[in-house]
Design a protein around this ligand. Structure first.
Ligand code: FES
Ligand code: FES
Length: 162
């Protein structure tokens, strides 16, 4: 049976089992390997994608249930100014080591920065409760999110002045 998903602004056809978890279909059928396959049980946040604007664990979603939803993967954020600002801040803060958690972190934090532009360290820490990083100790990731929040507010202020 052929299924169809709306991913990163385009229809993608696949022939996966309708019960297969979305993250595996993204990775194995559609070549979108940005979302990672780690715990497979909704604990680590490595597989997060946006489903209708909210970050969700793709490993918990049977692919048939994602049909009709707007799916955005890490590959689809290359034109997203908030995600780009966050990624630049991650680099500036040296916040990534092995990178396994990075796509999920970006999904969570991009959503936070869009829904709560004046975020702070406590809010970032709470938002990251479902994202496990085994390398960094989190402090640099939190600093990067706060740096991105400041950069985005400053960029908005510049637009108002201009
Ligand atoms: S692989 Fe989905 S939450 Fe860990
Ligand atoms: S950088 Fe390695 S798991 Fe986060």
């Amino acid at each position: 049976m052929i299924g169809q998903l709306w991913i990163n602004g385009e229809w993608c056809r696949h022939d996966a089992d309708p019960a297969a978890p979305l993250h595996r279909v993204l990775r194995e059928n559609l070549g979108l390997t940005g979302s990672k396959d780690v715990c497979g049980e909704g604990f680590c946040g490595a597989c997060l994608v946006q489903l209708d604007g909210a970050p969700i664990a793709a490993c918990l979603v049977p692919v048939a249930l994602a049909e009709g939803a707007q799916i955005v993967t890490i590959e689809g954020l290359d034109q997203d100014p908030v995600a780009q600002s966050l990624m630049a801040a991650m680099e500036a803060e040296d916040a990534v080591q092995c990178g396994m958690c990075f796509p999920g972190m970006v999904m969570t934090l991009t959503h936070l920065l869009k829904t709560c532009p004046t975020t702070d360290r406590e809010k970032v820490k709470r938002a990251l409760a479902g994202n496990i990083c085994r390398c960094t100790g989190y402090e640099r990731i939190v600093s990067a999110a706060c740096r991105a929040a400041k950069d985005l507010v400053a960029a908005d202020a510049q637009k108002v002045v201009a």
